[in-house]
Design a protein around this ligand. Sequence first.
Ligand code: G3P
Ligand code: MG
Length: 367
Amino acid sequence: IQTLQTKRFYSSLQSQKIKLPGILTDIDGVVYRGGHEIGNSRFVIKTIFNHKFNNKYIPFALLTNGGGIPENERAEYVNHVINLDNEPQGTRIIEGKDMILCHTPFKSENLLQENENKYVLVSGLGDMIKIAKNYGYKKAIDIEELMGLYPLLHPERRSDHQASYYAQRKQQVLERLNISEDQLKKELKFDAIFLWSDAIKLEANIQIFSDLLISKDGRLGESIRNKTDPQHVKLYLTNPDLIYADKFKLLRHGQGILINCLKLVFKQTYGMDFQYSQFGKPERVTFDYAEQVLRQKADKQGIEISDFYMIGDNPEGDIEGANRKGWNSILVKTGVHQHLDEFGKENKHEAKFLNIKTGMFGYGERQ
Ligand code: G3P
Ligand code: MG
């Protein structure tokens, strides 16, 4: 009887759980564009973070396809741009744990366990090694370090004026891994490639990614696989955006440019396709991760999430991904959307709930 009573007590408690909406917002083109606050985003974010309903905070996070910087540093930057860093002490502002970048899901157990002690090639604009270290990948090597180790890999490394820079990068990897050059070259066998932000050095990326994707066992320049051999090196991409809204008046090309070029070049060179895993909006894997983050925030407060809201400026990333999850998608016309015409594109992904002409954060006075 006692057990039954206890069970009833707890289930009655459960049914009384407070329910609040979970809110996610995109950053570029919604919160700010090219380092300038859009509308009144400071006030909206401050309110969402600090207003309590029944003594509970709204589960909230920022979900961006941007990356190349640790979550806490990106949080600091956003606070700075929208002036949240000047709020009086005690005001809740954005922290690293509220920030879901394109590579944040790589923190998760399964991906880490699989690659923690394997050689992985990390690439993209920013300090990839710092991010890899934060997440716990012990043997991450970046593109430039690899070009330092193998001068013949790419023409840029062979040019005299770049030699000292690359020699320095080589030294860094040897010191970090605490290994001699000979030993590293003997054991270097890559199992995965992670592209964690915008692809710079596009031609170097295409060259080196192709070398690894065609290799039989992940060793650079060793045996090449044929069509019947399995692909040894796994390729993970984190942002499919072909275009995004930045400082320049025209939209800019994002990470999506690399995958398009790489597919074409690989097919033309080797007559076959390669496999890859895609993260970033609108991919399900990224939206599932974001859902998990919000649910954990709700759990910590002992509340439940009633429904999910996603605010975005890019129909193809933010709205498509949210619609697929059955969430309340909100399109603001302050970023990618307002330029679709220039690219001869139509909006194929109608926002479910709202379609605000001036932008979600574009109304009201700045406070
Ligand atoms: O694709 C580049 C990236 O900066 C887009 O960011 O915040 O609009 O997902 P966001
Ligand atoms: Mg955006």
